[in-house]
Write a protein that binds this ligand. Structure first.
Ligand code: NAD
Length: 427
């Protein structure tokens, strides 16, 4: 039995999976149809910003355990495990678009060695293990669900120190073979059926999205009752049943997973005859939150933002990643631009105009972004922003006003330095 691992799709999940499996001692081939991406990876260049990944890829290349190809069929035909890590974006109706998954499975199916295990690592709806098995259409190939829970920004750490490894398999021996790939990781390993494994992934993401929307709603409540959300969440988080994680209010949640996965779960539930009312409310509350932060900026400049110079810190959907897919920052700034604001933004991972909001001017550093600005809005919680010299910010701004959409900066310090300040849930 061949124990080589093929990874099909080398994005945030596939590249991390491949590099980490190589680090754990497995022989891995990462395949992608994006030829230029593969060329860069072969040179050891990482096409994404993900702390620790470059070193791990370099280690894998040097050890000979990690290689890259633009030929997924060749990679899959030599492997005992084929990890599908292709995109599953949101379809027009909110469902998960499985066309990449289907295309990859159709392409590799006829070329697999007997007894190869195909693994859905992409986030896919209930029934997708069966779906891929049908597309492949071979009795000698098992399809297993092994969802990924890593977070961008800490992907390598999360993969090597998971809270749990979930394996959804109808066949015990297939589950045991997959479990063998994770030997040595300090994590509970859970074997269940594919439908439960697929549900665990969506339920986990939707729960975290709900937690964030809940805390944003509490922040909004704090503003009207005169409480301070920072103290409120601290007091809540000490309760072990609640915990401190995901209790930080912000400009709404986004990224490449929560929005599409929450909508896919709602669609999946509805198709199955269950109306998931809580999830409707969570999605609605999130849209409102983007609007609330944009409104704070408008209110701070007196109610009319047309022609107003806005500085923005942060474009990525969260700190420590360059991923801007469904970024709350972009959502908020799009609203301000639509109202006529002139926005200059800085993000440590962005060096030029961004296609999803071409109207943005991009600055090379946080101070330049603030040059002549009437208001600064903080939208991504990059640590770097905490250390920017506030006197310099004040000196270059036309009026020293800050809307802190992440409660990142020191409010008392800003007030002492003469800034007008508004945060989230902190009136
Ligand atoms: P991504 O867009 O970063 O990467 C996907 C890669 O697949 C791209 O490089 C693309 O060129 C490649 N690809 C597409 N079709 C292919 C094919 N037929 N053969 C070979 N390569 C192909 O996506 P991602 O963020 O890594 O997400 C992948 C999956 O993992 C999605 O289902 C996502 O929901 C899930 N997931 C993502 C995260 C995350 O934080 N990004 C976390 C957990 C799960």
């Amino acid at each position: 039995m061949d124990n080589k691992v093929a990874v099909v799709g080398t994005g945030y999940v596939g590249l991390t999976t491949g590099a980490c499996f190589a680090h754990l001692g497995h022989q891995v081939t990462c395949a992608d149809i994006d030829v230029s991406k593969v060329e860069r990876l072969r040179r050891g260049e990482i096409p994404i910003y993900e702390p620790g990944l470059e070193a791990l890829v370099a280690e894998g290349i040097a050890s000979g355990r990690l290689i890259f190809t633009d030929d997924p069929v060749a990679a899959a035909s030599e492997a005992g495990f084929v990890y599908l890590c292709v995109p599953t974006p949101q379809g027009d109706d909110g469902s998960a678009d499985l066309s990449y998954l289907e295309a990859a499975a159709r392409q590799i199916g006829p070329h697999l060695q007997a007894e190869t295990i195909v693994v859905n690592k992409s986030t896919v709806p209930v029934g997708s293990a069966n779906f891929v098995a049908q597309v492949i259409g071979r009795g000698d190939i098992q399809v297993v669900s092994n969802p990924e829970f890593l977070r961008e920004g800490t992907a390598v750490h999360d993969f090597l120190n998971p809270d749990r490894v979930v394996i959804g398999a109808d066949d015990q021996s297939a589950a045991i073979r997959i479990a063998g790939l994770y030997l040595g990781l300090p994590a509970p390993l859970m074997v269940t059926d594919p439908a439960s494994a697929e549900t665990i992934k969506y339920a986990s993401n939707a729960f975290l999205a709900m937690k964030l929307s809940f805390v944003n709603a509490i922040a909004n409540l704090c503003e009207v009752v005169g409480a301070d959300v920072s103290d409120v969440v601290l007091g809540m988080g000490y309760d072990k049943r609640i915990g401190h994680d995901f209790l930080r209010p912000g400009p709404g949640w986004g990224g490449s997973c929560f929005p599409k996965d929450s909508r896919a779960l709602r669609y999946m539930a509805s198709e199955a005859g269950y109306e998931f009312g809580i999830l409707d409310a969570v999605l609605e509350a999130n849209e409102e939150q983007f609007g609330r932060v944009a409104d704070k900026v408008v209110a701070m400049v007196g109610g009319d933002i047309a022609g107003v110079k806005v500085a923005a810190w942060g474009l990525a959907f969260k700190a420590n990643t360059d991923d801007r897919r469904d970024s709350p920052s972009i959502n908020v700034l799009r609203r301000l631009v639509a109202m006529g604001a002139e926005v200059t933004a800085f993000d440590p991972t962005v060096s030029g105009p961004i296609p999803e909001l071409v109207e943005l001017n991009i600055a090379d550093d946080p101070i330049t972004a603030c040059q002549g600005a009437d208001v600064l809005v903080v939208l991504t919680e990059w640590d770097d922003f905490k250390w920017v010299e506030l006197d310099e910010v004040k000196a270059v701004m036309s009026t020293p006003r800050i809307v802190d959409g992440r409660n990142l900066l020191d409010r008392s310090l800003l007030l002492r330095r003469g800034f007008e300040y508004d945060g989230i849930g902190r009136h």
